[in-house]
Design a protein around this ligand. Structure first.
Ligand SMILES: CC(C)(COP(=O)(O)OP(=O)(O)OC[C@H]1O[C@@H](n2cnc3c(N)ncnc32)[C@H](O)[C@@H]1OP(=O)(O)O)[C@@H](O)C(=O)NCCC(=O)NCCS
Length: 196
């Protein structure tokens, strides 16, 4: 695995609820009662999650968490999209456009972006199911757009499977419009040693 920024590696497992979030939940509940604010559980959990999730650049210690995330949300993806293939390849080209959402040392989301000098592209946009609809995807997308714009990109393209209504709604919410195009592709056998 090519080197990138390193941080002490935490466990890559997914806790259903981390001790930290349980503690924070209890603290938050107390302060809300003191302030006389009554928030329902979902709102409180979402507010906590927003506060705790950080949007950062990919680092080597994220590998296991990203691999687990992609296996969970992209179950039917072909082998060349797997972490073991896609991550080393991405780290060779614009690694600064590989964005991760993390909380308490656990990966909860990813976006791999790229800019080819003409258009920007987004790939592997994913948020762990237990963290979806809490703003992590929106925050990663905003960061990807910022980084692409900084690189000179003026338009971003992406592909969504026609059956993926949730993702399409997410992109629409952020100003992405459907364009009448036929998506085409061709695999170049043996073009890159890291691709299968
Ligand atoms: C698409 C995805 C990345 C969105 O991430 P997220 O963190 O859940 O999104 P956010 O919480 O930032 O959502 C922001 C808004 O987008 C829209 N949205 C997000 N997910 C949606 C869904 N499943 N259905 C309808 N609207 C959705 C909503 O307007 C939402 O605001 P709201 O929760 O206040 O209604 C996430 O659902 C995911 O990982 N899906 C599985 C993987 C996938 O399909 N990736 C896209 C490949 S192209």
């Amino acid at each position: 695995m090519p080197a990138s920024a390193t941080t002490p590696p935490p466990s890559a497992a997914w806790p259903a609820t981390s001790p930290t979030s349980r503690k924070l939940g209890r603290r938050c509940g107390r302060s809300e009662r003191r302030c006389g604010v009554s928030l329902d559980f979902a709102t409180r959990r979402s507010a906590l999650s927003r506060r705790m999730v950080e949007i950062v650049s990919y680092a080597d210690w994220h590998f296991a968490g990203v691999e687990a995330l992609w296996e969970a949300v992209f179950q039917h993806d072909p082998p060349w999209n797997r972490a073991a293939v896609a991550i080393p390849a991405k780290l060779l080209v614009q690694p600064e456009l590989f964005i991760v959402a993390e909380t308490s040392g656990h990966v909860v989301g990813t976006i791999m972006a790229g800019y080819d000098g003409h258009r920007g592209w987004l790939y592997s946009v994913a948020v762990r199911p237990d963290h979806q609809r809490q703003g992590a995807g929106s925050r990663m997308l905003a960061e990807a757009e910022r980084r692409l714009a900084r690189a000179g990109c003026t338009k971003i393209n992406l592909q969504v499977r026609t059956t993926n209504d949730g993702a399409a709604a997410f992109y629409r919410r952020h100003g992405y419009l459907e364009e009448q195009r036929v998506s085409m592709g061709k695999r170049l056998a043996g073009a890159c040693p890291t691709q299968v």
